[in-house]
Write a protein that binds this ligand. Structure first.
Ligand SMILES: [Zn+2]
Length: 243
C-alpha cells in the first residue's frame, strides 16, 4: 500500500513560506496519538519478540535492560501508524540490542561502508539495513541500541524511503532539496553538515530527519532547525507520507 508519490514543488513553495513564518505548532505534530497494542513472547535465551497491532515486530536481544525495553515500546508507540504499517508490510523487523554485533556478529569490528567519523559498525547506535548491507541475514532490518531509542523514527524513515522506491532519489526531491538549501544559504539559516553531504547521503538523511521532525510530538531545537532548513521537503513529506 504505497502512498501516491506526487511532488508539488509549487504548492510546497507556498506552504513553505507559512512554515517559515510560524514554526510552532508544527502541522501534523498535533494529531491524536493512537497507542498500539503490543503482544510479547519471551524466549528461553532471554530475548523477546514484541509485536504491535499492525504486525511490526520488535526483537529485543538478551542483555537489554527492562527500563530500555519499556522505553523501546514507548518510542515505537509514538511512530506514526502509517510508518508502522509500511514497515510491517515490508517485513522489516526492529532489533533492539546493546551492540549491533549481538544481532549480526559479522559486523563486529567491520569498517562502515561510507566515510563516517564513527569508523566501524561497533560505534553505530542506530541503522536501517537494506538487504545489501545485511546480507548475513538476507533481510531488511532496523537496529537501535538503548542509548539511541529516540532514533527509531529516523531509522524507520530510511525504511520507508527504501520500501517506497526511494522517493529521496527522485529529481523532484533533489530540486526541492536544492531550492531549500539555496534559500537557507542566502538567508544565513544555519546548515547541518550531516544533511548537506554530497551524493545520496545528504538527501537520504534529509528525508529521514525531516520525517522525524514532522512526526515528533514535541519539537526539539535541532528538529525545529531541520524544518527551518527544509520547508519544501517538509511540505512534500507531509503531503505524501500521511503524518
Ligand atoms: Zn540516517
Amino acid at each position: 500500500m504505497q502512498p501516491a508519490l506526487a511532488a508539488h514543488p509549487d504548492s510546497c513553495g507556498v506552504v513553505a513560506e507559512a512554515f517559515r513564518a510560524d514554526l510552532a505548532p508544527v502541522p501534523g505534530a498535533v494529531g491524536k496519538l493512537k497507542i498500539p497494542q503490543f503482544t510479547r513472547v519471551d524466549h528461553p535465551d532471554g530475548s523477546a519478540t514484541v509485536t504491535d497491532d499492525v504486525g511490526l515486530r520488535m526483537e529485543i536481544l538478551p542483555g537489554v535492560s527492562t527500563r530500555a525495553q519499556n522505553a523501546a515500546t514507548f518510542y515505537e508507540s509514538v511512530m506514526p501508524e502509517s510508518m508502522r504499517k509500511t514497515l510491517a508490510a515490508g517485513n522489516v523487523p526492529l532489533y533492539v540490542a546493546n551492540h549491533i554485533s549481538d544481532v549480526n556478529p559479522d559486523l563486529k569490528g567491520k569498517a562502515l561502508p561510507v566515510e563516517d567519523p564513527r569508523k566501524t559498525w561497533d560505534n553505530v547506535g542506530g541503522a536501517y539495513f537494506d538487504n545489501k548491507t545485511w546480507d548475513m541475514l538476507g533481510e531488511k532490518a532496523m537496529f537501535v541500541d538503548p542509548d539511541h531509542l529516540d532514533g527509531m523514527t529516523h531509522e524507520g524513515a530510511h525504511g520507508l524511503d527504501d520500501l517506497l522506491g526511494r522517493p529521496s532519489q527522485t529529481a523532484e526531491f533533489r530540486a526541492m532539496y536544492d531550492a531549500d538549501l539555496k534559500h537557507a544559504r542566502d538567508n544565513d539559516i544555519g546548515l547541518n553538515p550531516y544533511l548537506t553531504q554530497p551524493g545520496e547521503r545528504g538527501v537520504q538523511e534529509t528525508f529521514a530527519e525531516v520525517y522525524d521532525a514532522l512526526a515528533a510530538k514535541t519539537l526539539n531545537p535541532m528538529q525545529a532547525q531541520v524544518l527551518k532548513m527544509f520547508p519544501r521537503i517538509a511540505c512534500y513529506i507531509r503531503e505524501n507520507f500521511h503524518i
